[in-house]
Design a protein around this ligand. Structure first.
Ligand SMILES: [Zn+2]
Length: 304
């Protein structure tokens, strides 16, 4: 029989009970999201809502928590099954489809984990989480798994994902070194996807592990085991990589950076807050947001 004695000893029974009450939504159950789901279940989190439109395919197996026995099944269903194997008391709600068609799942969650690759779905999640005042944890893995980043977004207490993305791509790794250029611009493709060579499983899960850890920490906010983090964003180097200009980060090191909220942000900015009430906020179109970010990136690059 599965028991959580070891977790209870680490966190305390009252905190374990707290985690058992928590509701986590995970959108995107590929290599990263699946790992986060399982890690949280193994840490005692009690309720999961899982959203993914894909079916597990043969070429996923080298980068997924599910092995070849599950080929052909929906990833969300597979991960739900794996959660039950590790944490039989956990409840799971599975939605096979795109997040746009299942936004109702965001109601009543304690936190959202983004396991999606595309920037488009992240912007949708961002707007919907802000509307609901729902904290969210986003992760991105860089080309070939050289590194990745994780950010915890608390609505209106810091940046939203839109201001964060604009700032991170602009402010970091701006140098003439090829490696940094790659990190800064190569990670987002023309369709707004963190793409190209996605890296080995062992490199992806290092970023996913940080995402799971920071999610767990948020769920334990205001408890005796909560840890105050140095900043809202951690950037992990899997290989030697220039994260900050002129500063080479060694393999397995991390840099913490604090990204500030942009008061003029199209999604969470003060201008918008003052002028628009509640429901009207969603009228900022996704295209506007994507364009505003990519234009800034392009201009920046031309200056080099
Ligand atoms: Zn914003």
């Amino acid at each position: 029989m599965v028991n959580f004695d070891r977790v209870e000893r680490l966190l305390g029974s009252h905190n374990l009970e707290r985690l058992q009450q928590k509701r986590v939504g995970i959108v995107g159950l590929g290599s990263g999201g699946g790992f986060v789901a399982l890690s949280l279940a193994m840490s005692g989190v009690g309720h999961f809502t899982l959203v993914d439109s894909d079916v597990l395919e043969a070429n996923n197996i080298v980068r997924h928590v599910a092995d070849s026995r599950y080929i052909g099944q929906a990833k969300a269903e597979v991960v739900a099954e794996l959660i039950h194997q590790r944490n039989p008391a956990a409840t799971t709600e599975v939605r096979v489809g795109r997040i746009e068609d299942h936004l109702d799942i965001l109601d009543g969650l304690d936190i959202l984990v983004s396991g999606v690759d595309g920037e488009g779905p992240k912007y949708i999640l961002n707007q919907e989480c802000l509307k609901r005042n729902l904290p969210a944890v986003y992760a991105g893995v860089y080309e070939r798994g050289e590194g990745g980043d994780v950010v915890v977004i608390r609505p209106y207490q810091g940046p939203c994902y839109a201001c964060w993305a604009a700032e991170l791509r602009e402010g970091l790794a701006l140098s003439n070194i090829d490696n940094a250029q790659e990190l800064d611009y190569g990670m987002i493709g023309p369709d707004g996807t963190l793409e190209a060579e996605p890296g080995l499983w062992l490199h992806v899960v290092r970023v996913a592990s940080a995402q799971a850890d920071l999610t767990l920490n948020e769920l334990l906010h205001q408890t005796d085991v909560y840890k105050t983090m140095p900043a809202n964003t951690v950037i992990l180097a899997n290989t030697a990589m220039e994260i900050l200009t002129g500063q080479m980060s060694q393999p397995y090191t991390a840099v913490w950076v604090n990204i500030a909220r942009d008061p003029h942000c199209l999604v969470c900015g003060d201008d918008l807050q003052n002028n628009l009430a509640g429901d009207q906020q969603e009228q900022v179109s996704l295209d506007d947001l994507m364009n505003s970010v990519s234009i800034e990136m392009r201009e920046d690059k031309e200056e080099k």
